[in-house]
Design a protein around this ligand. Sequence first.
Ligand code: MG
Length: 307
Amino acid sequence: MLGHLPKKVRIVEVGPRDGLQNEKTIVSMEDKVTFIKMLAASGMHEIEANSFVRVEKIPQMSDGIELFSSLKKESSLKNTKLISLIPNEKGLENALKAGVTEIAVVTATSNTFNKTNINATTDESLKRIDAVVARANKEGLRTRAYISTVFGCPYEGKTSLTELKRVANHLESLGVYEISLGDTIGIANPLQVKDTIQFLKADFSLDFFAMHFHDTRGMAVANILASLDMGMTSFDSSAGGLGGCPYAKGASGNVATEDLVFLFSSMGIETGIDMEKLAQASSFILGKLSQRSSSSKNLTAYLASKA
Ligand code: MG
Protein backbone atom coordinates (compact mmCIF):
# COMPACT_ATOMS: atom_id res chain seq x y z
CA MET A 1 0.00 0.00 0.00
CA LEU A 2 0.99 3.62 -0.67
CA GLY A 3 3.45 2.60 -3.34
CA HIS A 4 2.27 5.08 -5.96
CA LEU A 5 0.86 8.26 -4.51
CA PRO A 6 -0.18 11.13 -6.80
CA LYS A 7 1.63 14.49 -6.71
CA LYS A 8 -1.60 16.36 -6.23
CA VAL A 9 -5.27 15.81 -5.52
CA ARG A 10 -8.42 17.75 -6.20
CA ILE A 11 -10.81 18.65 -3.40
CA VAL A 12 -14.43 19.66 -4.06
CA GLU A 13 -15.78 21.68 -1.13
CA VAL A 14 -19.38 20.79 -0.32
CA GLY A 15 -19.79 22.66 3.00
CA PRO A 16 -22.03 25.53 1.84
CA ARG A 17 -24.64 23.10 0.43
CA ASP A 18 -24.27 19.52 1.64
CA GLY A 19 -22.95 20.80 4.98
CA LEU A 20 -25.28 23.71 5.74
CA GLN A 21 -28.34 21.87 4.42
CA ASN A 22 -28.10 19.53 7.40
CA GLU A 23 -27.59 22.31 9.96
CA LYS A 24 -30.67 23.52 11.84
CA THR A 25 -29.52 27.10 12.48
CA ILE A 26 -30.43 29.21 9.45
CA VAL A 27 -27.43 31.15 8.15
CA SER A 28 -28.09 34.54 6.53
CA MET A 29 -27.42 35.01 2.84
CA GLU A 30 -24.70 37.58 3.58
CA ASP A 31 -22.90 35.13 5.86
CA LYS A 32 -23.10 32.41 3.20
CA VAL A 33 -21.53 34.78 0.67
CA THR A 34 -18.74 35.62 3.14
CA PHE A 35 -18.17 31.92 3.90
CA ILE A 36 -17.94 31.01 0.20
CA LYS A 37 -15.56 33.91 -0.47
CA MET A 38 -13.37 32.79 2.44
CA LEU A 39 -13.32 29.22 1.09
CA ALA A 40 -12.30 30.49 -2.35
CA ALA A 41 -9.59 32.64 -0.73
CA SER A 42 -8.20 29.50 0.96
CA GLY A 43 -7.54 28.02 -2.50
CA MET A 44 -10.76 26.09 -3.13
CA HIS A 45 -11.56 26.13 -6.86
CA GLU A 46 -14.74 24.07 -6.84
CA ILE A 47 -17.44 24.80 -4.31
CA GLU A 48 -20.92 23.33 -4.08
CA ALA A 49 -22.62 26.59 -3.22
CA ASN A 50 -26.34 25.99 -2.88
CA SER A 51 -29.36 24.11 -4.12
CA PHE A 52 -32.55 25.02 -5.88
CA VAL A 53 -34.99 22.90 -3.90
CA ARG A 54 -38.53 23.65 -2.77
CA VAL A 55 -38.36 26.31 -0.06
CA GLU A 56 -40.67 24.47 2.36
CA LYS A 57 -38.56 21.32 2.06
CA ILE A 58 -35.23 22.78 3.13
CA PRO A 59 -35.53 26.27 4.67
CA GLN A 60 -31.72 26.61 4.84
CA MET A 61 -31.64 26.61 1.02
CA SER A 62 -34.60 28.97 0.48
CA ASP A 63 -32.37 31.82 -0.77
CA GLY A 64 -31.21 29.95 -3.91
CA ILE A 65 -31.78 32.59 -6.58
CA GLU A 66 -30.82 35.55 -4.40
CA LEU A 67 -27.68 33.86 -3.05
CA PHE A 68 -26.45 32.72 -6.42
CA SER A 69 -27.10 36.11 -8.01
CA SER A 70 -25.03 37.73 -5.23
CA LEU A 71 -22.18 35.24 -5.71
CA LYS A 72 -22.13 36.00 -9.43
CA LYS A 73 -21.44 39.66 -8.64
CA GLU A 74 -18.35 38.88 -6.54
CA SER A 75 -15.22 39.53 -8.60
CA SER A 76 -13.13 37.39 -6.20
CA LEU A 77 -15.22 34.35 -7.25
CA LYS A 78 -14.72 34.84 -10.98
CA ASN A 79 -12.38 31.86 -11.23
CA THR A 80 -14.27 29.63 -8.79
CA LYS A 81 -16.58 26.93 -10.09
CA LEU A 82 -19.81 27.32 -8.11
CA ILE A 83 -21.98 24.22 -8.25
CA SER A 84 -25.74 24.19 -7.56
CA LEU A 85 -27.68 21.07 -6.66
CA ILE A 86 -30.75 20.67 -8.88
CA PRO A 87 -33.56 18.27 -7.85
CA ASN A 88 -35.86 18.72 -10.86
CA GLU A 89 -36.76 20.82 -13.91
CA LYS A 90 -38.35 23.55 -11.79
CA GLY A 91 -35.10 23.83 -9.84
CA LEU A 92 -33.16 24.09 -13.09
CA GLU A 93 -35.51 26.82 -14.30
CA ASN A 94 -34.68 28.89 -11.20
CA ALA A 95 -30.97 28.10 -11.52
CA LEU A 96 -30.95 29.35 -15.10
CA LYS A 97 -32.58 32.60 -13.96
CA ALA A 98 -29.81 33.03 -11.40
CA GLY A 99 -27.05 32.45 -13.97
CA VAL A 100 -25.86 29.02 -12.81
CA THR A 101 -23.36 27.29 -15.13
CA GLU A 102 -22.45 24.17 -13.12
CA ILE A 103 -25.08 21.87 -11.66
CA ALA A 104 -25.23 18.65 -9.69
CA VAL A 105 -27.91 15.96 -9.73
CA VAL A 106 -28.43 13.17 -7.24
CA THR A 107 -29.72 9.63 -7.14
CA ALA A 108 -28.87 6.50 -5.14
CA THR A 109 -28.34 2.79 -5.66
CA SER A 110 -31.08 2.00 -3.14
CA ASN A 111 -34.75 2.23 -4.13
CA THR A 112 -35.88 2.69 -0.54
CA PHE A 113 -33.36 5.49 0.01
CA ASN A 114 -34.48 7.26 -3.17
CA LYS A 115 -38.15 6.91 -2.20
CA THR A 116 -37.48 8.31 1.28
CA ASN A 117 -35.06 11.02 0.19
CA ILE A 118 -36.53 12.28 -3.08
CA ASN A 119 -39.90 10.51 -3.26
CA ALA A 120 -39.05 8.53 -6.39
CA THR A 121 -37.81 5.06 -7.21
CA THR A 122 -34.33 4.85 -8.68
CA ASP A 123 -35.76 4.59 -12.20
CA GLU A 124 -38.13 7.51 -11.60
CA SER A 125 -35.22 9.59 -10.29
CA LEU A 126 -33.18 8.74 -13.39
CA LYS A 127 -36.09 9.94 -15.55
CA ARG A 128 -36.09 13.27 -13.68
CA ILE A 129 -32.33 13.48 -14.14
CA ASP A 130 -32.72 12.71 -17.88
CA ALA A 131 -34.95 15.77 -18.26
CA VAL A 132 -32.71 18.04 -16.15
CA VAL A 133 -29.46 17.04 -17.88
CA ALA A 134 -31.00 17.22 -21.38
CA ARG A 135 -32.04 20.83 -20.69
CA ALA A 136 -28.72 21.62 -18.97
CA ASN A 137 -26.78 20.27 -21.95
CA LYS A 138 -28.90 22.39 -24.27
CA GLU A 139 -28.19 25.49 -22.18
CA GLY A 140 -24.45 24.75 -22.12
CA LEU A 141 -24.32 23.87 -18.40
CA ARG A 142 -21.96 21.25 -17.00
CA THR A 143 -23.40 18.50 -14.81
CA ARG A 144 -21.86 16.57 -11.94
CA ALA A 145 -23.78 13.56 -10.59
CA TYR A 146 -23.92 12.11 -7.10
CA ILE A 147 -24.71 8.50 -6.42
CA SER A 148 -25.68 7.99 -2.78
CA THR A 149 -25.69 4.75 -0.75
CA VAL A 150 -22.84 3.26 -2.82
CA PHE A 151 -21.42 1.45 0.22
CA GLY A 152 -24.61 0.84 2.18
CA CYS A 153 -28.12 2.15 2.81
CA PRO A 154 -29.76 3.13 6.11
CA TYR A 155 -32.88 1.15 5.10
CA GLU A 156 -31.69 -1.67 2.84
CA GLY A 157 -28.26 -2.39 4.32
CA LYS A 158 -25.82 -3.61 1.69
CA THR A 159 -26.33 -2.23 -1.82
CA SER A 160 -25.60 -3.84 -5.16
CA LEU A 161 -22.51 -3.24 -7.29
CA THR A 162 -24.46 -4.31 -10.37
CA GLU A 163 -26.97 -1.58 -9.62
CA LEU A 164 -24.10 0.88 -9.12
CA LYS A 165 -22.77 0.00 -12.55
CA ARG A 166 -26.21 0.34 -14.13
CA VAL A 167 -26.84 3.78 -12.58
CA ALA A 168 -23.30 4.99 -13.39
CA ASN A 169 -23.65 3.80 -17.00
CA HIS A 170 -26.94 5.65 -17.31
CA LEU A 171 -25.47 8.89 -15.92
CA GLU A 172 -22.41 8.57 -18.15
CA SER A 173 -24.65 8.19 -21.21
CA LEU A 174 -26.27 11.56 -20.36
CA GLY A 175 -22.91 13.29 -20.58
CA VAL A 176 -22.26 14.20 -16.92
CA TYR A 177 -18.60 15.18 -16.46
CA GLU A 178 -18.11 13.34 -13.19
CA ILE A 179 -19.81 11.00 -10.75
CA SER A 180 -19.26 11.43 -7.04
CA LEU A 181 -19.63 8.14 -5.16
CA GLY A 182 -21.25 8.73 -1.78
CA ASP A 183 -20.81 6.76 1.42
CA THR A 184 -24.01 8.34 2.71
CA ILE A 185 -24.03 6.72 6.15
CA GLY A 186 -20.27 6.43 6.65
CA ILE A 187 -20.38 2.63 6.66
CA ALA A 188 -17.62 1.80 4.13
CA ASN A 189 -14.36 0.09 5.02
CA PRO A 190 -11.08 0.25 3.07
CA LEU A 191 -11.39 -3.28 1.65
CA GLN A 192 -14.92 -2.57 0.37
CA VAL A 193 -13.66 0.69 -1.14
CA LYS A 194 -10.86 -1.16 -2.91
CA ASP A 195 -13.27 -3.84 -4.23
CA THR A 196 -15.76 -1.22 -5.43
CA ILE A 197 -13.12 0.77 -7.31
CA GLN A 198 -11.68 -2.44 -8.77
CA PHE A 199 -15.17 -3.38 -9.96
CA LEU A 200 -15.75 0.01 -11.63
CA LYS A 201 -12.30 -0.01 -13.22
CA ALA A 202 -13.42 -2.73 -15.63
CA ASP A 203 -15.99 -0.42 -17.28
CA PHE A 204 -15.00 3.17 -16.54
CA SER A 205 -12.03 5.47 -16.48
CA LEU A 206 -11.27 6.12 -12.79
CA ASP A 207 -10.89 9.87 -13.31
CA PHE A 208 -14.62 9.92 -14.09
CA PHE A 209 -15.23 9.45 -10.34
CA ALA A 210 -14.81 11.46 -7.16
CA MET A 211 -15.12 9.93 -3.70
CA HIS A 212 -17.56 11.40 -1.16
CA PHE A 213 -16.96 9.90 2.26
CA HIS A 214 -18.72 10.52 5.54
CA ASP A 215 -16.86 10.16 8.81
CA THR A 216 -19.76 8.76 10.82
CA ARG A 217 -17.66 5.86 12.13
CA GLY A 218 -14.27 7.56 11.90
CA MET A 219 -13.38 5.60 8.74
CA ALA A 220 -13.31 8.43 6.17
CA VAL A 221 -9.55 9.01 6.19
CA ALA A 222 -8.85 5.26 5.99
CA ASN A 223 -11.27 5.00 3.06
CA ILE A 224 -9.72 7.99 1.32
CA LEU A 225 -6.30 6.40 1.70
CA ALA A 226 -7.62 3.17 0.16
CA SER A 227 -9.13 5.19 -2.73
CA LEU A 228 -5.88 7.08 -3.23
CA ASP A 229 -3.99 3.82 -3.35
CA MET A 230 -6.40 2.59 -6.03
CA GLY A 231 -5.67 5.66 -8.17
CA MET A 232 -8.46 8.05 -7.17
CA THR A 233 -7.46 11.72 -6.96
CA SER A 234 -10.76 13.63 -6.51
CA PHE A 235 -12.43 13.93 -3.10
CA ASP A 236 -15.44 15.80 -1.69
CA SER A 237 -15.30 17.25 1.79
CA SER A 238 -16.92 19.86 3.98
CA ALA A 239 -15.13 22.70 5.78
CA GLY A 240 -15.05 22.02 9.52
CA GLY A 241 -16.98 18.78 8.88
CA LEU A 242 -20.20 20.80 8.57
CA GLY A 243 -23.42 18.90 8.25
CA GLY A 244 -23.75 16.17 10.82
CA CYS A 245 -25.47 12.93 9.90
CA PRO A 246 -29.23 12.97 9.24
CA TYR A 247 -29.40 9.20 9.85
CA ALA A 248 -27.75 9.18 13.27
CA LYS A 249 -28.45 12.26 15.36
CA GLY A 250 -25.32 13.74 16.89
CA ALA A 251 -23.00 11.69 14.66
CA SER A 252 -20.57 13.05 12.06
CA GLY A 253 -21.43 13.38 8.39
CA ASN A 254 -19.18 14.77 5.66
CA VAL A 255 -15.48 14.25 6.22
CA ALA A 256 -13.85 17.55 7.17
CA THR A 257 -11.78 19.36 4.55
CA GLU A 258 -9.20 20.13 7.23
CA ASP A 259 -8.64 16.42 7.87
CA LEU A 260 -8.03 15.85 4.16
CA VAL A 261 -5.69 18.82 3.94
CA PHE A 262 -3.57 17.40 6.77
CA LEU A 263 -3.65 13.86 5.40
CA PHE A 264 -2.51 14.94 1.94
CA SER A 265 -0.11 17.76 2.75
CA SER A 266 1.66 15.77 5.49
CA MET A 267 2.43 13.11 2.86
CA GLY A 268 3.70 15.71 0.38
CA ILE A 269 0.59 15.61 -1.81
CA GLU A 270 -0.44 19.02 -3.08
CA THR A 271 -3.99 20.27 -2.37
CA GLY A 272 -3.56 23.97 -3.22
CA ILE A 273 -5.33 24.86 0.02
CA ASP A 274 -3.99 27.24 2.66
CA MET A 275 -4.76 25.69 6.07
CA GLU A 276 -4.74 29.02 7.92
CA LYS A 277 -7.30 30.55 5.57
CA LEU A 278 -9.41 27.39 5.56
CA ALA A 279 -9.44 27.36 9.38
CA GLN A 280 -10.60 31.00 9.30
CA ALA A 281 -13.47 30.11 6.94
CA SER A 282 -14.54 27.16 9.09
CA SER A 283 -14.28 29.13 12.33
CA PHE A 284 -16.38 31.89 10.77
CA ILE A 285 -19.24 29.57 9.80
CA LEU A 286 -19.08 27.46 12.99
CA GLY A 287 -19.44 30.75 14.90
CA LYS A 288 -22.57 31.59 12.91
CA LEU A 289 -23.96 28.16 13.82
CA SER A 290 -23.08 28.73 17.48
CA GLN A 291 -20.90 25.63 17.39
CA ARG A 292 -17.89 25.86 19.61
CA SER A 293 -16.30 22.66 18.39
CA SER A 294 -15.79 20.96 15.05
CA SER A 295 -15.92 17.26 14.20
CA SER A 296 -12.54 17.80 12.48
CA LYS A 297 -9.69 16.54 14.66
CA ASN A 298 -7.18 18.50 12.56
CA LEU A 299 -9.12 21.78 12.76
CA THR A 300 -9.45 21.36 16.54
CA ALA A 301 -5.73 20.66 16.91
CA TYR A 302 -4.80 23.51 14.57
CA LEU A 303 -6.93 26.07 16.41
CA ALA A 304 -5.63 24.83 19.79
CA SER A 305 -2.04 25.27 18.61
CA LYS A 306 -2.82 28.87 17.64
CA ALA A 307 -4.63 29.74 20.88
MG1 MG B 1 -22.37 14.37 2.09
